[in-house]
Write a new protein. Structure first.
Length: 174
């Protein structure tokens, strides 16, 4: 499965879905641009981000590890993509206790309340390797959750930008 197949699969070809296309291509490009070997993803549900990252992992040879409180293991069916995927059916705060490796990208798209997003950032930022990325979704969609966390990180001097692509995506570099 390629990234174009993903756009086709989610029926995002029409102009009305350009924002969603941008979301998928952006995540894919970030993973490729950093030659990511390990990505941690919080929140699978529709698995758009999951598929975007996995298409990049096919090229870099890396691994995407995802967690969710709901068992979404069935969301990825493509066998070639599954070789690059690890799914963990556990809340992010618990999952992080079992992790030890530093990663290239952390993607935070779990529970969107301010408290959860803050906690995810606090828990997972230490796992981002120097020069790696932390990506927050829905910074525009949920101003009080991810949007507020984005503003706090910026005030703290973290190198971070907020992009308008589908519901807002903030990208921080460590
Ligand atoms: C917005 S959806 C993710 C969408 C997905 N990234 C995509 O692009 O299709 C949010 C997901 O976060 C999950 N979630 C909520 N709280 C969580 C937590 N504490 N730990 C892990 N996942 C959580 C929800 O079950 C839901 O599946």
């Amino acid at each position: 499965m390629t990234i174009s197949d993903v756009v086709e699969h989610y029926k995002l070809k029409d102009p009305e879905h350009w924002g969603a296309q941008g979301y998928i291509y952006l995540l894919y490009s970030l993973a490729l641009a950093t030659n990511a070997q390990l990505i941690y993803e919080i929140g699978v549900n529709g698995a758009r981000s999951t598929h975007a990252f996995l298409c990049a992992m096919q090229i870099t040879g890396g691994q995407l590890w995802s967690c969710d409180v709901v068992d979404y293991d069935h969301r990825v069916t493509d066998e070639k993509l599954r070789k690059h995927w690890g799914f963990f059916h556990t809340p992010a705060a618990e999952w992080r206790k079992s992790l030890s490796s530093q990663c290239d990208i952390v993607f935070i798209d779990g529970h969107h309340n301010y408290e959860f997003v803050s906690e995810d950032v606090e828990n997972f930022w230490p796992f981002v390797k120097k020069g790696g990325l932390m990506v927050l979704h829905d910074t525009k969609y949920m101003e009080r959750g991810p949007g507020e966390v984005f503003r706090e990180l910026k005030e703290q001097g973290v190198e971070i930008i907020d992009l308008p692509t589908q519901h807002g995506i903030a990208v921080a570099r460590k």
